[in-house]
Design a protein around this ligand. Sequence first.
Ligand SMILES: [Zn+2]
Ligand SMILES: [Zn+2]
Length: 210
Amino acid sequence: MSFDHIHVDISEVDLQPRLEPLLQKAAAWHHHLCPRQVLGVRIGLAGAAALGFEVPRNDKKMVVFVETDGCFISGVQAATGLSVNRRTLRIIDLGRIGVTFVNVKSEKAVRVAPQLDVREKVWRYVGKDQRRRYFAMLEGYQKMPDRELLHIEKVRLSSTLREILSRPGVRVNCQQCGEEIINEREVMIDGQVLCRACAGQGYYQIINRQ
Ligand SMILES: [Zn+2]
Ligand SMILES: [Zn+2]
C-alpha cells in the first residue's frame, strides 16, 4: 500500500473476525474490555496499514508514539505487536487518544486519532435498544469503518528517530549524582555532563539528602 493512500479501510466484512482475537488479547491484560482498548486496536491496525506494514510485528521496522498510558496502550500493543520493553512503543504522555506510527528506515510518519465526533456518530452503529453510552462506544467502535472512526494525517517527528532511539552501548556518568546515563539522555550545562534530574528537569525532589 503506498504511503500516499493513507486512507485505509479494512473492509467491514473482514473487520470483525480480525478484531476479535486482538480484543481478546488486549482484554486479557485487564479485567475487562473497554472502548479505549477497542480504539487502540482500531488505531493500531489503521496506522500500520497506512504505512504499509503488516501487523503484529516482532521486528523493529516500525515505532509508535502513544499519547497516553492505560487501557488504550493494550489495544495498540495487541494490534501492532510493538512494546515498551522492545523500544518499539514509546509513551509521550499528552493525555490524548492518539498514536504516531513511524517507518524506522524512511522516518515517514502518520498520526492516527479518533475523529472528534465519534461519540455522537457511534449511535448509528448500535442496536436501537442500546441506551447506554459506554456500551454503545464499546460496540460502535468495533463496527465503524475507518473513514467514520479515524482521522489519519501525515506528520513529521520534531526530533529524528536516531536521536530518540539513540544507540545501544552508549553510556556516560552524571558528574553530579554519579549515576550512569544510557541512550544519550544526558545534558551539558556549563561544561558538566548531567542527568536530567540533576539538571533540574527531574520528576522528583530528594527529601533528606544524606
Ligand atoms: Zn479499560
Ligand atoms: Zn545526576
